[in-house]
Design a protein around this ligand. Structure first.
Ligand SMILES: Nc1nc2c(ncn2[C@@H]2O[C@H](COP(=O)(O)OP(=O)(O)O)[C@@H](O)[C@H]2O)c(=O)[nH]1
Ligand SMILES: [Mg+2]
Length: 270
């Protein structure tokens, strides 16, 4: 089973990995320098299950600044979990659930494609710090409820207390992962690099379309100005040109009639 840990820096990804394996395989950070800087892979057995786990740096945090670096890191974890993760654990610290976390899910949906939601399990950390039961806490949190019902899709979730490496929470999570895989009716399906590339090319297409639309709108604006100017000229200059033409015609008539007069008088003289 291939698992990828995603989430903000400090959300508890490395701790979650350690809880799952039941020992410290990933470095847990207290300061930004000691936290995971690059994707790390660990393979091990949990009960009877072989697990390949990829721990990632805080992909949604300032430690990775440019979009390009971010994409490199995403491609790296996809490569490390080749042919792709069966499950993506989106790690969220319960006491830090803000709009930013909500946006993280939207960001993942946009960047990884709609398909990704079938492989996502929200993993809430810091369950030990809750003063009430998880269900009570979730019921009261409108934001989390919204998150769990994205597009009427019920997202699977689980909570961990990483402060205490209790193995029941791990076997419960593994059960949920298995259920998710059965629900997908594709026991052997996983999130693939192709899905990611597809989502990315769709984003590029959308951006291109947006740009084209903006261009069209801009062109439309210019066309509009030209059209309006022409209409203005037509509307205002027609009467003027009629006047001008009449004036020219009148002048010509006068010149011609004067010439005619002098021709007649010249003939009369001779
Ligand atoms: N109390 C408590 N602390 C946690 C829990 N999970 C993680 N932490 C702490 O949160 C901090 C960040 O954890 P870490 O796993 O390094 O986060 P990462 O940056 O996402 O890998 C560390 O100080 C952990 O000890 C939890 O479930 N309960
Ligand atoms: Mg870490």
């Amino acid at each position: 089973m291939r698992i990828v840990l995603l989430g903000k820096s400090g959300s508890g990804k490395s701790s979650t990995g350690n809880t799952i394996f039941g020992r410290n395989v990933f470095k847990v950070g207290f300061s930004s320098e000691s936290t995971t800087q690059q994707c790390e892979k660990h393979e091990g057995k949990v009960g009877a299950i072989n697990i390949t786990m990829i721990d990632t740096p805080g992909l949604f945090h300032t430690s990775i600044t440019s979009e390009e670096d971010l994409k490199v890191e995403i491609e790296r974890f996809l490569q490390m979990s080749d042919p792709g993760p069966h499950v993506i654990l989106l790690v969220i610290k319960l006491d830090r659930f803000t709009e930013e976390e909500q946006n993280t899910v939207r960001w993942i949906q946009k960047n990884f494609g709609e398909d990704v939601m079938r492989f996502i399990i929200l993993l809430f950390t810091g369950a030990d710090k809750l003063e009430k039961s998880l269900d009570e806490f979730l019921q009261e949190s409108i934001k989390i409820n919204e998150l769990l019902a994205i597009d009427e899709l019920k997202v699977t979730y689980h909570a961990f207390n990483n402060a205490e490496k209790n193995q029941t929470q791990v076997s419960e999570l593994l059960e949920k992962i298995k259920d998710m895989m059965i629900k997908n009716k594709r026991m052997d399906e996983y999130y693939t690099a192709e899905m990611y590339q597809k989502a990315q090319s769709e984003i590029r297409k959308e951006e291109e379309e947006k740009k084209n639309q903006e261009k069209e709108e801009e062109k439309g604006k210019v066309d509009g100005v030209v059209k309006r100017t022409m209409q203005f000229i037509k509307g205002h200059f027609k009467p003027i040109s009629v006047v001008v033409i009449s004036m020219i015609a009148f002048k010509l008539y006068k010149i011609l009639s004067e010439r005619n007069d002098s021709y007649i008088s010249m003939n009369q003289r001779s």
